[in-house]
Design a protein around this ligand. Structure first.
Ligand code: SF4
Length: 305
């Protein structure tokens, strides 16, 4: 028997491309809603807290149906994220006595309304008790790059965007949250990380941060670090609602939503600005109003198709 002419890798890549097309089609149907994946929070002084993905302007682009397609370079990282979620679902289904509600389950979605606009979301996993209440909501993040794994694993630094996204789902489900980072690789740390810490290798790990609410009206988010220390934050339920409200109001006024401030959830300065690695950076450099932002985005989306 002769060998096959079929390339398994080409088939996989084509499947990946079709999967992303289906995703983009599904996204188009959600235009006019705000999304949990774009969660953010305003501080008491109205500054949007920064993070790897949180930006009122990115949320505004999605709100008006102009999401820039992901680069094919990001596909392997998406796949690693899906695989990580699947692994957690399988294991928790064996160990948790109640129901494990996943992102794919139609009952797993969240929805609330601000200024007449729906804010929808899909938490990764909700552990449901026998009486139907949510025991805890989980946000799972797969670390695929050694440098970002090292940031969480060694420096104990959760991403403010991930904290705000989970805080949003906690507020929707009225349950506490756990943010979990998983790294399934093994490798050498960077020269700079080695110089700073003396640590040469990074091994597989899972790290969890437990999140809860405290203070007046149970409005302030705190989390427990891996070493057991409590960390207070600037993230509030009020600030999450105000973040989404600011996007609706800006859009209705024909204005561009704000840029993220250069601050983390603790009020400290971000190590890197949220704009630094953003695909929309060239657009934000030139667009001073919503119309120009839309025009530039449409060109970028057309070029990427
Ligand atoms: S460049 Fe900055 S302000 Fe513009 S969309 Fe990206 S993160 Fe937001």
């Amino acid at each position: 028997m002769k060998h096959t002419d079929i390339s398994s890798i080409e088939l996989y890549k084509e499947g990946q491309r079709l999967e992303q097309l289906e995703h983009s089609e599904a996204e188009r149907g959600k235009q006019g809603a705000l999304r949990g994946g774009n969660s953010g929070c305003l501080t008491e002084t109205g500054q949007p807290i920064g993070g790897s993905t949180s930006c009122p302007r990115k949320a505004q682009a999605r709100f008006i149906g102009l999401q820039v397609p992901a680069s094919s370079k990001a596909f392997p990282f998406f796949d690693a994220g899906y695989a990580n979620e699947w692994l957690w679902e399988q294991k928790l289904a064996k160990s948790w006595k109640g129901k494990v509600l996943t992102e794919a389950d139609p009952a797993g979605g969240t929805k609330w309304t601000i200024e007449g606009v729906d804010v929808t979301g899909r938490p990764d996993i909700q552990l449901i008790n026998e009486d139907g209440t949510v025991e805890v909501v989980l946000e799972l993040k797969c670390k695929a790059a050694t440098n970002s794994a090292f940031n969480v694993g060694h420096h104990d630094r959760p991403d403010p965007s991930h904290l705000m996204q989970l805080a949003h789902y906690m507020f929707c489900t009225n349950a506490p949250g756990i943010l979990v980072y998983s790294f399934r690789g093994k490798g050498s740390t960077s020269y700079w990380a080695y110089k700073e810490t003396g640590i040469r290798d990074i091994e597989p790990f899972d790290r969890e941060y437990k999140l809860g609410w405290e203070g007046p009206n149970d409005d302030h988010l705190y989390y427990i670090r891996d070493n057991g220390e409590k960390q207070e934050t600037l993230i509030t339920k009020t600030g999450i609602k105000e973040y989404y409200r600011s996007i609706v109001v800006a859009t209705r006024n024909g204005e561009l939503a704000s840029k993220p401030a250069n601050i983390t959830e603790t009020g400290s300065k971000m190590k890197y600005s949220s704009c630094q690695y953003c695909d929309l950076k060239p657009i934000c450099k030139v667009a001073k109003d919503l119309d120009r932002f839309k025009d530039e985005l449409e060109v970028m989306i057309g070029d990427k198709k």
